[in-house]
Structure formats: C-alpha cells, structure tokens
Design a protein around this ligand. Structure first.
Ligand code: NDP
Length: 244
C-alpha cells in the first residue's frame, strides 16, 4: 500500500457513489483518513466498512450540501475529531439535463443549489480552519462542461463554469492554501440517472458511449494531493479515449 497521504485528514462530499466513492478508496489506500458525506448513509456506511475492513481509516456522516449548516457541522465534526483539516474534495453534484425550452425551473434550482452553493458551503466551512493552520487543499470537481457548452446542458455547464471561476478566484486570493479544480470528461457513474427529460437522456446515452472509470478521476485527485506542499496543481482535465 502506498502511504504518500499518510495521516492526511480529507473531507469528501458526494462520497456515496461514482467519483466520490472511488476517491475515498484511493485516498484511504494511500494512508489518508477520509471523512465522507452524502445523503445516502447506507451507501456511506458500506464504504466505510469496506475501507476499514482493509486497514484504512474512514468515517461517514449524513450530509446535504445544500444546507450551509450541515456542511459546517460536517467540517466542525472532522476538525474536533482530528484537530485539523488537510483537504476537502467538493465533489457532490447533480446533472438533470434538459433544453432551456422545457423550463424545468426546479431542476435548474437543484443544480445551482448542489453544484454551486454546495461548493461554496464546502469552502466556507473549511476556510477558517485552513487559514488558522496556514495550510490546506481545496479540490473542487468541475467538468469538461466548465470549458464547453453542449445542447441541453446550458444550466449544468453554467454551474460548472461557476465552479471553475470560484476555484480560480479562491486560488488568486490565497497564498497559503492549495486550490485544484478537477474537470472530468465522461466518467462511469450514476450522474446521468438524474436526467428526467427523455430527449436529453437519449442524447446523453450517445454522448456517454466512451467513458472512463471513476478511479481515473480519483487518481488525478490523488496526484494533486501528493505533490510537495509548495506545489499547487491548479487544474486537471481528464478525458476518456477509446481503448484499443
Ligand atoms: P454520481 O451521481 O455517481 O455521484 C454524485 C454524488 O453526489 C453522490 O454521492 C450523491 O450522493 C452526491 N450528492 C448529490 N446531491 C447531493 C447533496 N444535495 N448533498 C450531498 N451529496 C449529494 O456522479 P459522479 O460521481 O459522476 O459525480 C461526481 C461529480 O463529478 C459531480 O460534481 C459531477 O458533476 C462531476 N462530473 C461527473 C462527470 C461524469 O461523467 N460522471 C463528468 C464531469 C463532472 P447522495 O445522492 O447519496 O447524496
């Protein structure tokens, strides 16, 4: 087992499936203590049992990132238990795609709440502790949708452009913290399950014909975290290619 992240205290939001769960496994395998949050606690508990069963360190708490209070309590709990927070992976996200003409206002709000406010809540929850420590790493999961807009994905991409902008703004405002924005291409996960618009779901099935495993994104996050303390990997874009 590599131990390059030994004893790091790492918070991960949206850890109950996909990229978040893969990241929890990868970081724990490298020696980090992972503090996992999501709404599906049964999934988190199973993941904690899996990680601790193989000698890793993991704990979980129910977390809805839409609630600033819940995210603050999540971070406060980790700080009280471990004395510091080395990193947070703001990963929780939803992607109910649809054309703007469908006027799915509730789904627009949901994406704004989870994908933008959730990331802001994560940053706000850890910033005082990280600034007091004089170190810390904020890793925000954006998307290739932070760089390109696709039909039916205007609002989703807007939220990911926002995650990119928030990450860049935070990076410019700090000299002591590391800030990384990770932008995955199509990755195997449950993300497309949130699409309720039939046409958008069909388009996504075609778009997602080539995907990479969530472990590929976990490796990118681990790479950024494993750099020397004075090295900030500001952005990683990780896309699939067709395998031979
Ligand atoms: P999944 O749907 O597998 O995972 C999403 C995670 O977010 C789940 O753990 C879910 O947990 C959590 N989540 C959703 N809403 C909330 C909430 N309100 N509070 C807390 N947690 C929440 O998809 P991915 O693993 O693919 O997505 C992870 C991130 O990667 C997202 O930000 C997504 O936008 C981004 N991404 C994914 C790509 C892909 O192709 N898969 C490509 C580019 C970016 P629960 O439901 O238990 O709360």
């Amino acid at each position: 087992m590599q131990q390059d992240l030994a004893n790091r205290i790492v918070l991960i939001t949206g850890a109950s499936s996909g990229i978040g769960a893969a990241t929890a496994r990868e970081l724990a395998a490298r020696g980090a203590t992972v503090v996992l949050g999501a709404r599906r606690v049964d999934r988190l508990d199973a993941l904690v049992a899996e990680i601790t069963g193989t000698g890793g360190r993991a704990e979980a708490r129910a977390l809805d990132v839409v609630s600033a209070d819940e995210v603050q309590a999540f971070a406060d709990h980790a700080l009280a238990a471990h004395g510091r927070i080395d990193a947070i992976v703001n990963n929780a996200g939803v992607m109910p795609l649809s054309p703007l003409s469908a006027r799915k206002r509730d789904e627009w709000d949901r994406m704004i709440d989870v994908n933008i406010r959730g990331v802001l809540h994560g940053i706000a929850a850890v910033l005082p502790a990280m600034e007091a420590q004089g170190f810390g790493h904020v890793i925000n999961v954006a998307s290739i949708g932070a760089h390109q807009v696709f039909p039916t994905s205007a609002v989703y991409c807007a939220t990911k452009y926002a995650v990119w902008a928030i990450s860049e703004g935070l990076r410019q405002e700090t000299t002591t913290l590391r800030v990384t924005v990770v932008s995955p291409g199509t990755t195997t996960s449950e993300l497309a399950d949130t699409i309720t618009h039939a046409g958008a779901a069909e388009g996504m099935r075609d778009f997602r014909r080539i995907t990479i495993a969530p472990e590929a994104i976990a490796l990118a996050i681990a790479f950024a975290m494993s750099q020397p303390a004075d090295v900030d990997v500001s952005e990683l874009i990780v896309r699939p290619v067709a395998s031979p």
